[in-house]
Structure formats: C-alpha cells, structure tokens
Design a protein. Sequence first.
Length: 312
Amino acid sequence: MDAALDEETRRLLPLLPAFVAVAEVEQVTLAAAMLRAPQPTVSRAVARVGEVLGVPVVERRGRGIRLTDAGRALLPHARQALAALGAGVDAVRSREALARGTLSVAFQTSLGESVVPALIKEFLADHPAVRFTMTQGARRSCLDALDAGEADIALVSRLVPAPAGREILTLFQEPLVLIVPAGHELASRPGATLREAARSTFITLKHGFGLRGTVDALCAAAGVRPTIGFEGEDLHTVRGLVAAGLGVSVLPPARQPVHDVVEIRLDEPVPSRDIGAAWSPDNTSPTLAAFVEMLRAGVVDTGTPDGGAPVR
C-alpha cells in the first residue's frame, strides 16, 4: 500500500458510516435519522467520499438516490471495514469487562482444600484483576445457588447425567478409599469389599452432600445397608470420628497421612466419583466464559496422592 492510498484510506474512514447508511436506505433523510446526525452533515459526508475517490459514488434518482458503479464497488468493502472496526470495539469492551469482572463460585466443601484454590490461582495468573466471591457447602446447596442466580458456576460431584438446563464439564474422576481406625480388623489388609466394611458402623456426610449420594449408591450396588452411626458436614470431621475408633468411612484419599487412620483399597465395588463444573447456558458473562475455557483446556490436580484420573 503506497503513501497516496494510505492517505485516501485515512480520509475515507470517518465518512464510511454515512456512505453505508445512505447506500442501504437510498435516502439521505432516513440515513441521517438512523445515524442521529443532521441531514446536511450526511449529504456532505457522502459527497466527500466521491471527492476523495475522484468519482461520484451516488446519483440522484427521483426523490431518492442510488449508487453509481463506483459506489457499488466500494459498498461491500466499506461494510467489511465497519464490521471489522465494530469487532475490535467489542473485543476491547469484552476484555475490559473480563478484567473488571467478578466470578461467583459455589463449591462443595470437600473441594476447598486443593482443587478450588488451584483453579483460582491458575485463572488469576492470566486475569489478575478478576474478583472472586465464593460459597461452599453441600452439593445440593451449591446447585441451588446456581439455580437462584447466586452463583455463576458450581464445582461439585455427581454431575452425570447433567442437571436439567445446565451445561456441565467433567473435570476428573476422583478415587475413593475405605478408611478404618488403626487397630481395626481390616487395618492390616491391603483391600476389602464394601460388604466386609459394612459389618462396622459407618460414618458419612449428611444427606445433600455429593459424597453421601455416591456412598449410598455404592452400598446399594453392593447390596448392603450399613448402620450409620454419625453424619458429618466435612471430611476432616469424618476422618476425626474414624480416628477416634467410632466407625469406618468411604472418602477420597487424604493429602497427608492422618494419625490413627488407615486407608484401604476397596475391591468391590471399585469406587470413584466424578468432579465437574455446572453453569447456566444463559449466563453471558465474559468472565465465566474465560473460566470455563480454562477448565476445558487443562487437567485439574485433585491434590490426592494419585492426582485423580483426568477426563478429556
């Protein structure tokens, strides 16, 4: 592109909105109303396009006007230039909205120790100005917060099949193990069945927690109905009750060894639970879109000894 053409392009750019509007409606008065500009200003802009090009781009036709051959040749390129500029403006606005955005995350309590902090840290590395608001609790309360519009995204277990009206993404499969008190009859064994474990009192999370639903499903599949001695609201409490010798439980592996607790492989059924994200497809937040894009792109470290099995 030579200097003369550069100069022509520079002079034409501010005139293109008026030219395109007039070309589309073939009337200066209506085009001026569309642009919210004085009619003489629009007329001068269209005439100026012809002066810059050295050839008229419109001609009179009765009470209206029509494009000349030169105008018809210019029109698609003018539209393309305005569309490209509009896309650039949208990109800047989206970036600004993302940079200044807030993301509300609801997550079940068991993910708060390692998974959620790792996700937030990774996201903030690329989007340091984004603010997070967080609520934690049972799986059901997290999904209720999503339904009520109080959360942009919920990070919970047991999202397969997807809840009605929700987009989901499975992040990984988390292994589960049987935990027993040191000195328990199963503590010296490398593995046990759920039927063998059910001879002892069970300690579980309360109803509404995702892990409770998983354990109940595992017990039903194994054909056992264990005696539930205690119901907790977090994994630390459940492990503490097991350590005190009050029963056994099925939990994700601990990140660090727990005193007076032994983890045993469950041989039948082999247990795991899906961990994933759910959000509303109607939520158009650019911050949410960027967060979901990050989730789709990476493998999440569960913080458990084997890291969990990633799902692509």
